[in-house]
Design a binder for this molecule. Structure first.
Ligand SMILES: [Zn+2]
Ligand SMILES: [Zn+2]
Length: 480
């Protein structure tokens, strides 16, 4: 199979700004395969990425979106023996890091190194480039061979069947002879109906509001459908299940009432699995789950992880721990359940800042006096604080050496009349500048002329040169 050097790809350049542009065809590394993409589905997740983004996505101007695709293996990297060129394959999104606690336990969709490519995690179409392109590179762990009887278009949504299948698995897996209720006849819900039937469920009740969707559900295997607009869905499910409620609830609609409905439709000792993303907080009678011994499971999701009050760093973790000790549950519900606390927290922040201002102004004279301390006493103290400070920030000795190096450098700079402040600014602003320079070059496809051909950069460019020229001429005309 001849592989071209260039391909077209749909690249995200900003929110609501997808452009079809030319890109290099990627090369497969060890354990990877190059896929010639035949079909790529558009997922609700893609719309979210295009309109408001997802955590840890690649920078604008680089990010090729799309995560539900199928195609043909066009090239394989070193050590790949599982697939050969010409195999028809479909992909799944997650390639776990393979080294974190969750990956080692097989729960790679909940990888603790999510988004960290240096640790080996990839989520094509989310944190790494995806399938709205002619070619994409995938780790072999994310590939599944498909038979000729399944078309590429059909194969793109196999990964979605994984969501309800995994959801059923989470809730114990064995559903033969059971009654299952699927709430929400969307793509995932309809897939859940088919999976439940295929796994031997005796009864699959599909609930929803859209008539055509419910009819489609019936064609796909639902034994009963309930239109929640027309009848009392809870009562109907109870009736259909001999008064007991269903054994398994698959919630494929993240609405305001769906979880409460699920709790009421579920039989004692039954299971609920949440397949849907809930964008807003919901209120439910969780006591019902406790009283009836109902287990609630989730399949992983990117958005819920962030909104459920899961700490991202040690300081947040300590803060969350402190809140929990006070009986306050962190997360979006905090605002709803403890508004008094949230208000007092904000007022406390406000007054703390005012207090800070008053303290600073009233004590500034005392602090200035410190400068009167003889240098031989003051400087060693400052040096000690600098060493401790630079080390404490990241617990890294290298940082301390960097601090010492620049200390010595500034000493000589001062001694020979070079200003130190520009260097400090460069250190602080440098990474920012570098990132934006890289982004600009990516957007201009590597053409440095962009810095003088675009009006804004041209003006900035001239301002800098004017300033430099002005300085230089002042210096040369200054009498020594
Ligand atoms: Zn998707
Ligand atoms: Zn992992």
């Amino acid at each position: 199979m001849a592989i071209p050097k260039k391909m077209t790809a749909a690249v995200l350049y900003g929110f609501e700004d997808v452009r079809v542009v030319e890109r290099d065809v990627p090369l497969p590394g060890p354990e990877e395969a190059l896929i010639k993409i035949e079909s790529c589905a558009i997922c609700g997740g893609d719309i979210k990425i295009i309109s408001r983004g997802m955590p840890k996505q690649p920078p604008f101007g680089e990010f090729i979106i799309g995560h539900e695709y199928a195609g043909i293996v066009a090239a394989i990297g070193e050590t790949v023996t599982e697939f050969k060129i010409g195999d028809r394959v479909t992909v799944e999104v997650h390639k776990g890091c393979g080294r974190c606690k969750n990956c080692l336990a097989g729960k790679y969709t909940a990888c603790l190194n999510f988004g960290d490519t240096s640790k080996g995690h990839r989520a094509n179409g989310f944190t790494t480039n995806g399938g709205f392109a002619e070619y994409a590179v995938n780790h072999v762990n994310t590939l599944s061979r498909i038979p000729d009887s399944i078309s590429f278009d059909e194969a793109t949504i196999i990964t979605n069947a994984g969501t309800p299948l995994y959801g059923i698995d989470r809730a114990g897996g064995y559903i033969a002879g059971d009654s299952v209720v699927v709430i929400g006849p969307g793509a995932i819900g309809l897939m859940a109906v088919q999976c439940s039937r295929a796994l031997g469920a005796k009864q699959v009740i599909l609930t929803g509001t859209r008539k055509e969707r419910l009819e489609l559900g019936r064609k796909l295997g639902a034994t009963d459908t309930v239109n929640v607009k027309e009848e009392n869905a809870v009562a109907r499910v109870k009736e259909l299940t001999g008064g007991y409620g269903a054994d398994l609830m698959l919630v494929a609609a993240g609405g305001e009432k769906t979880l409460q409905q699920a709790l009421e439709m579920c039989c004692r000792g039954g299971n609920i699995t949440l397949l849907a993303h809930f964008d807003d907080p919901v209120t439910v009678d969780i006591g019902l789950a406790v009283r009836h011994g109902i287990n609630i499971y989730t399949v992983r999701g990117v958005i819920p992880m962030l909104t459920l009050g899961i700490p991202g760093d040690p300081i947040t973790a300590i803060l969350l721990g402190a809140l929990m000790l006070q009986g306050l549950v962190p997360g979006p519900l905090l605002f709803q359940n403890s508004p008094d606390f949230v208000y007092s927290l904000f007022w406390a922040f406000f007054f703390a800042n005012i207090l800070n201002l008053i303290l600073t102004f009233s004590t500034i004279k005392i602090w200035v006096r410190i400068l009167k301390v003889p240098k031989r006493i003051l400087l060693p103290i400052i040096l000690a604080l600098c060493v401790v400070g630079s080390f404490a920030l990241r617990g890294n000795f290298f940082d301390t050496w960097v601090m010492l190096f620049f200390g010595v450098l500034s000493y000589f700079m001062k001694k020979y009349g070079f200003p130190v402040v520009p260097m400090l600014l460069a250190i602080i602003l440098g990474p920012n500048l570098e990132e934006h320079l890289r982004m600009s070059l990516v957007i201009s496809q590597g053409d440095p002329m962009v810095f003088i051909t675009k009006p804004i950069s041209l003006i900035l460019f001239f301002l800098q040169w004017f300033h430099l020229w002005d300085r230089l001429s002042v210096r040369s005309s200054r009498p020594d």
